[in-house]
Ligand binder design. Structure first.
Ligand SMILES: Cc1cc2nc3c(=O)[nH]c(=O)nc-3n(C[C@H](O)[C@H](O)[C@H](O)COP(=O)(O)OP(=O)(O)OC[C@H]3O[C@@H](n4cnc5c(N)ncnc54)[C@H](O)[C@@H]3O)c2cc1C
Length: 416
C-alpha cells in the first residue's frame, strides 16, 4: 500500500504528546484490570475524546491522518502507560490501517467519517479457535437475498466489548450453504465484512481468562445467523490483501512491546537506583559479612543487566524506525518478493522476543520481590509472554524465511 505523510511535524509532535497524556490514564487503571481480569471500559471515552480514535483516519475523512511512523510512536507512548490497555485500544488503530489499504474509497467514505465525528470504535475479529489467523475462516457467510447470513464464533475479539462495529472474516459458501472443497477456491472465498454491534444475532461471550494481557478484553464474538447486507462486504480479497497492509498490525504490535520493555526498564531503574541492601553475606562480599551496605547499582551483574537491556531495547527501536521510514520512502518491494515480509515482520519478532528478555532481566536484577503477585514486573512479565502469538508468530516467520532462502518454499521453488 502507499504510505503518505499528511501531518505536519508540529501535528505529529502534538499527537505524540496527547498519547503521552492519555497513557497516564492507562497507567492508573492497568494494574487493577489485570488483577480483576476486567476490561477498562472507562478508557473508551478518553480514547474517543482525546481524538486518538481518529489518529490514522485520513484527513479527507476528518481524521488526523497519522502515517505509520507517527502512529507507531503514539502507540509506544500508550504502552508505556499500560501495555495491555494499549494492546486493547491499538486493535482499533491497527484495523483502521488495514481498512486504509483494503477497502474501496466508497467503504472508507461510509465508515471513516463516523470514527472522526462520532468516535466509532472498530475491532478486528479474524482469528478462530481451530488455527488462529492461519486457519481459513470456519465462520460462514451464506448468500441470501440482499446479502449474507453469518454464523460462527470468533474466539479472539480484542476490544469487542466497546466496539461500535465488528470487522470480521467469513467464508462465503455456495448458495446451498456448502463450503468449496478446493482449498484455493475456499481461500478466495474468505472475505471481510462489517456489522454494527447491535446487529440481530450477535453476542459476546466472556471467555478471556489468560496469563497476561488480561485488560485487552479479548472475548469471543458469536454470530448466530446475523444478516449483513451486500454493501457491508468490505473486502473480497482478505487473504491476498492482508500481506499488503499487515504493517499496521505488525508494527503497532512491535510498538506495544517496545513500550512494555521501556516501562519495565524504567520501573526497574527507579526501584534500584537508590536501593541499598544493608550489610550482607554473599558472593559480592566474600565469605564474611560486609561492613557497609551494598548499593545495587554497584553490583556488577546489575550493571551488566542494565547494559544488556539497553541493547535489546535499542535494537527494537532501530528495526522499527527503519521499517516505518522505508515504508514512508516507498522502499518496500523490489525484485525480492520476501523483502517486504522481512521488513514488516522482523520488528514484531524482535520487539516481542526482546521484550521477553528485558522483563526476564528486570526480574533477575530486582530479585525475588518482583516475583510476587501485584509487582509491576510480575505483570509485565506475563504480558510480554503473549507477544510471540501475534501473527506472524516468531517460529512462523523463521520457518518462512528459512524456506524462502533455501529454495524450498513450495511449487516452483528453486534450490541453489
Ligand atoms: C492478546 C492477544 C490478542 C489477540 N487479539 C486478536 C484479535 O483481536 N483479533 C484476531 O483476529 N486475533 C487476535 N489474536 C489471535 C492471534 O492473532 C492468533 O490467531 C492466536 O494467538 C492464535 O495463534 P496460533 O497461530 O498460535 O493458533 P492456535 O490455534 O493456538 O494454534 C494453531 C496451531 O497450528 C499450527 N500452525 C499454524 N500455522 C501452521 C502452518 N502453516 N502449518 C502447520 N501448522 C501450523 C501452530 O503451530 C499451532 O500449533 C490475539 C492474540 C493474543 C495473544
Amino acid at each position: 500500500m502507499n504510505h503518505t505523510i499528511e501531518m505536519t511535524p508540529a501535528e505529529q509532535a502534538q499527537a505524540i504528546e496527547i498519547a503521552r497524556e492519555v497513557a497516564k490514564g492507562f497507567d492508573k487503571v492497568g494494574a487493577r484490570h489485570d488483577r480483576d481480569n476486567t476490561f477498562p471500559y472507562e478508557l473508551a471515552p478518553i480514547f474517543r475524546e482525546s481524538g486518538l480514535v481518529a489518529l490514522n483516519v485520513p484527513k479527507r475523512f476528518g481524521g488526523w491522518g497519522a502515517d505509520i511512523w507517527t502512529t507507531v510512536r503514539c502507540v509506544e507512548e500508550l504502552a508505556k502507560g499500560d501495555p495491555a490497555c494499549a494492546l486493547g485500544y491499538n486493535m482499533h488503530i491497527g484495523v483502521v490501517g488495514f481498512f486504509r489499504g483494503m477497502w474501496s474509497e466508497a467503504h472508507q467514505q461510509r465508515y471513516f467519517p463516523g470514527i472522526a465525528r462520532h468516535g466509532h470504535i472498530f475491532d478486528g475479529v479474524y482469528s478462530e479457535t481451530r488455527a488462529g489467523i492461519s486457519g481459513l475462516a470456519d465462520t460462514l457467510a451464506v448468500p441470501v437475498h440482499g446479502g449474507y447470513e453469518i454464523t460462527g464464533r470468533k474466539g479472539w475479539g480484542t476490544l469487542s466489548l466497546v466496539a461500535d462495529f465488528h470487522s470480521f472474516t467469513a467464508t462465503v459458501t455456495d448458495p446451498d450453504g456448502s463450503v468449496p472443497s478446493d482449498l484455493a477456491v475456499r481461500a478466495e472465498r474468505e472475505m471481510m465484512f462489517v456489522c454494527p454491534k447491535d446487529a440481530s444475532g450477535i453476542r459476546i461471550e466472556k471467555t478471556w481468562d489468560t496469563m497476561g494481557m488480561r485488560a485487552t478484553g479479548t472475548e469471543t464474538v458469536v454470530f448466530d445467523k446475523v444478516f449483513v447486507p451486500d454493501s457491508d462486504l468490505v473486502s473480497r480479497t482478505f487473504r491476498s490483501s492482508i500481506y499488503q497492509t499487515v504493517e499496521w498490525q505488525t508494527l503497532t504490535f512491535a510498538a506495544v512491546y517496545l513500550g512494555l520493555a521501556r516501562k519495565a526498564y524504567e520501573e526497574t531503574r527507579a526501584a534500584l537506583i537508590d536501593k541499598s541492601t544493608g550489610p550482607v553475606v554473599g558472593p559480592s562480599t566474600g565469605p564474611t559479612v560486609g561492613p557497609v551496605a551494598v548499593r545495587y547499582r554497584d553490583l556488577p551483574f546489575v550493571q551488566v543487566g542494565f547494559g544488556q537491556m539497553q541493547v535489546w531495547i535499542e535494537t527494537i527501536s532501530a528495526v522499527l524506525e527503519r521499517a516505518c521510514k522505508e515504508l514512508l520512502a516507498g522502499i518496500e518491494g523490489g525484485p525480492d518478493r520476501f523483502r517486504r515480509m522481512v521488513l514488516v515482520e522482523t520488528p514484531k519478532v524482535v520487539a516481542t522476543e526482546n521484550a521477553i528478555q528485558v522483563v526476564d532481566m528486570c526480574m533477575r536484577v530486582l530479585g525475588g520481590g518482583s516475583y510476587r503477585r501485584g509487582h509491576v514486573i510480575e505483570r509485565l512479565y506475563r504480558d510480554a509472554r503473549s507477544g510471540p502469538f501475534h501473527p506472524l508468530r516468531t517460529d512462523q516467520l523463521f520457518d518462512l524465511l528459512g524456506k524462502a532462502d533455501l529454495g524450498v518454499l513450495g511449487p516452483g521453488s528453486t534450490s541453489r
